[in-house]
Design a protein around this ligand. Sequence first.
Ligand code: PG9
Length: 624
Amino acid sequence: ESAKQLAAQVTPDMVQTGTDIPADWQQPEDNFDYIKKDVMIPMRDGVKLHTVIMIPKGAHDLPMLLERTPYDASGFAPNDSPHMKDAVWSGDRDWADGSYILVWQDIRGKYGSEGKYVMTRPPRGPLNPTRTDDTTDAWDTIDWLVKNVSQSNGKVGMIGSSYDGWTVAMALLDPHPALKVAAPESPMVDGWMGDDWFHYGAFRIGNLDYFTGQMTQRGSGPAVPREGYDDYSNFLHAGAIGTFAEKHGFKQLPWWNRLSAHPAYDAFWQLQAVDRMVAAHPSNVPTIWLQGLWDQEDIYGAVHSWEALKKAGHVANNHLVIGPWWHSQINRAGWNLGPLKWNGDTAADFRQNTLIPFFNHYLRDTPMAQPMPQAMIYNPVENHWDRFADWKVASNQVLTPIYLQADKGLGFEKAATGSDSYVSDPAHPVPYMQRPIPASNEDRWRTWLVQDQRFVSDRKDVLSYQTPVLTKTVRLEGAPIADIFAKTTGTDGDFVVKVIDVYPSTDPADPKMGGYELPIAMDIFRGRYRKSFSKPSAIPANTVQEYKFRLPTVNYEFKPGHRIMVQIQSTLFPVYDRNPQKYVKNIFFAQPSDYQKATISIEHGGANASSVLLPVVAHSTAEK
Ligand code: PG9
């Protein structure tokens, strides 16, 4: 038929002059086993927060599990499956069995919520003169939920990891009476001391993408554009991080302006340190403070919050859990961490056998198979959970120094006086992972803390001290403390200390693990803060100074046949920015000419006996 003949056959139902998108599409949900609602919940100042509520069909008297997030509440239940279990993201799958009402909320100013976004909004007080914060927003939300979700039993549990763990912690500062149980998972607690933004004053460059991702738009923004594939070269050639950031438009970002103006631990950081706040406002809500042993983003927060509460006498309702996980791995599969393999899926096992029963107990009155101990920490060597009736806070630990010795030896005896030196060159920093280092490679980022350190052992600017092959097990329970005495020809400088388990050189069962150098605890310390975190001072050149700082908490065993190694270097790039090694007021804005080589001498023996103070215990103190 010709075009003319076909045109003559056209009937009105074939023609669209309006739109193919209906004004209000309704998904038929007859075969769904849940009801999903999008609601706007009003806060005390009239701002409405977008909240997604998923209710199992036919539910009554169910508890509610609330997560408050800056990461798109709608994205937590992204699937269109008619089955609640398949409709939620992996972290919530175990909760979506019909026994919980699941609630996700966009925090103020993000995604579907009204209001203004402020990065980890400080609590009402000197840094926040408004009437609201994430404590009041959690309170108002819970109040609305218990009054408006008729299928609920009036009880709420809060959960969430990282930023969402921070929102749990903030809710605990003045909990609504219906908040019965909480689990801040890898919460961001102190962004200067050891969580996302800095570690002991050294800035974490990867966060630049977080600035643009989080604060250029209400939704999710782009990463910072890169010159090339390898971030090592990208940031090496970029110069000072402040200069780089501002070239990329960061002056438009108020959080960048606040953060970069406060590189020291001044009132700005101290007044938003959550561990201090929870100890000053302890709650009675049963709480599990949870994190990973190798948490590459927030390794500081949970353990410090729990310790602060224990020290303040509030341990009865506060529990510490440290799993063999990378950041937030609790919400994914936990069979392994890089090359380290565990007995089963440690994350699913913990969720199903400990976390959910704990929540059920306080939300549904079901008995717990066994009471939750004070602390549960995975033993990554023996491959099982250890349960501790009394886990010590770091300030109460018994510590045994392991000393640096001559000829790169390491041992429990103080050695003869001496020193080893290296040249730290900011133009040739030590990479934190094997190059090339792509801007985004989730697997490598998640596992860099367990990387085989042999990739840097040959560098002249990395000192490795090791014990002879061990004949007896050395067991650690707690936080090692680096205690380094060093001289530098510069007037500022960083110190990176790693405690490493050196595996036997052959492993017939798993050949590639032969000689593996596994870091079990490492951190970086910016030398200008050696005397005071809030008042930095230049390092006197060529004068021995003490650099003493706490490393991440461990529950570890060095087995016979292994060696203990302590590695020291001055850069860990580009996860951390480079120290120019010349004292300048603000490292963010150092000039190219400020970056200088420095000769670092690490002292051992005598009065300047560098060591790592190890929390050695003769026998495991775990419950039998
Ligand atoms: N670690 C992330 C973060 C939290 C808070 C501030 C900045 C970054 C996160 O995973 O949420």
